[in-house]
Design a protein around this ligand. Structure first.
Ligand SMILES: [Mg+2]
Length: 387
């Protein structure tokens, strides 16, 4: 069996609020595997990277996932980084899907699972005001989700031509107000997670973490930017709350320092950025030796969700799996087969591979532009701030 073709699909779902980037890998005997790309805004560059990496993959044995991973990451002499690891990740996930279909086993069983029967998930409670975020948390809790997860609030009322204004220091009392209202609405039994989204510098991150200590948070996510993993040492020395980070790191090398120094509590591996299932499994095992749990990053679609759940099914050190929307509740015309989901838990289908079906004809009907940008934030003085 040989890899015969690699094809990208960039499209919207019916809500047009989410851009999907699916990669299909085909073998010469007709088996099709699906992967997903983690940074859709860069789809133009990542399509080029897919074409380039295809030169290494077409004609190769699709079951030799480790050999192909090493080639894709290292073949240009310069190590792959985000654009290339996004492409590599999608190909690697598709190869594991192919491996499962070729060997007639679900991917989680190939990875050594199950170690659990189902995987607890958190939803997205993102809304444009404190009141709407509280209402969203109440709604998902009533639906059976055991977690609520929301962003550090942005005051959407102040903007100028370059974007919405975000003043880091002013966001701290707003976060306290949000947490007070959410706890009041959902009670003590729901696990609460807040995503700082790399919007703060170290001084304000320390102030925020200290202000949120009374709320018994499950974790505080991305309190710092990711470029200097060593800064987590500074934060760790000053705060006692559980810290989650890692969605922007693009291989095990990005995670190495925070794992070895035990400066985070939860590793936010993005399987569709950090090198697919092959690399995510290694990062997970490195975390296990330091009692760090994984919380796979998944703001994406059904293929990313299925890969994350397969990893969680086969790993002992799992905190919770990100699941922006309940599988099976969206894009069913494009993905007629998705994960099982009930009462805040997801689990895989007992079918070979990842258990996700893809209707290319439907996806082609709502093609999305390759290049795009996320929302933009800026300080009141006009300086840029991370979204
Ligand atoms: Mg995040």
């Amino acid at each position: 069996m040989k890899i015969a073709a690699i094809e990208p699909f960039v499209f919207y779902d019916e809500s047009r609020s989410r851009k999907f980037f699916i990669v299909k890998v085909e073998t010469d005997d007709g088996i099709v595997g699906l992967g997903e790309v983690g940074i859709g805004h860069w789809a133009g560059a990542i399509c080029q990277a897919l074409e380039h990496l295809g030169e290494l993959c077409i004609g190769a044995d699709p079951l030799a996932t480790e050999r192909l991973w090493q080639r894709m990451f290292r073949a240009s002499f310069f190590p792959a980084d985000r654009v290339y690891t996004c492409a590599l990740s999608a190909i690697d996930i598709a190869l594991w899907d192919i491996k499962g279909k070729a060997l007639n086993l679900p991917v989680y069983r190939l990875l050594g699972g199950p170690v659990r029967d189902r995987v607890v998930c958190y939803p997205h409670n993102r809304a444009s005001s404190i009141e709407a975020t509280v209402a969203s948390c109440r709604e998902t809790s009533e639906q059976g989700w055991k977690f609520a997860r929301f962003d550090v609030p942005i005051d959407m009322t102040e903007a100028n031509e370059d974007g919405v204004v975000f003043e880091p220091r002013e966001s701290i009392p707003r976060a306290v107000e949000l947490l007070t209202k959410i706890r009041d609405a959902v009670g003590e039994q729901i696990n609460l997670c807040i995503d700082v989204h790399t919007r703060l510098d170290t001084a304000n991150a320390v102030a925020l973490c200290k202000a949120l200590e009374p709320f018994n948070m499950f974790f505080i996510e991305d309190p710092l930017r990711s470029e200097n993993p060593g800064s987590y040492q500074t934060l760790r020395q000053q705060v006692s709350v559980p810290i989650a980070a890692g969605e922007q790191w693009s291989s095990k090398w990005g995670f190495r320092e925070v794992i070895e120094n035990e400066t985070i509590n939860f590793a936010r591996i993005d399987l569709c950025i950090a090198g697919g299932l092959t690399e995510a499994r290694k990062i997970t095992h490195a975390c296990e030796t330091h009692f760090i749990d994984i919380v796979p990053h998944n703001p994406l679609g059904p293929v990313s969700a299925a890969a994350g759940v397969a990893l969680c099914m086969a790993s002992t050190n799992v905190g919770v799996q990100e699941m922006p929307r309940a599988p099976g509740s969206y894009a069913q015309d494009i993905f007629p087969k998705q994960l099982h989901f009930e009462d805040g838990y997801a689990w895989p289908r007992e079918e070979p591979g990842l258990g996700v079906d893809f209707n290319e004809a439907e996806a082609r009907k709502i093609a999305a532009p390759l290049n795009s940008w996320p929302p933009q934030l800026q300080r009141r003085d006009g300086a840029f701030n991370n979204w």
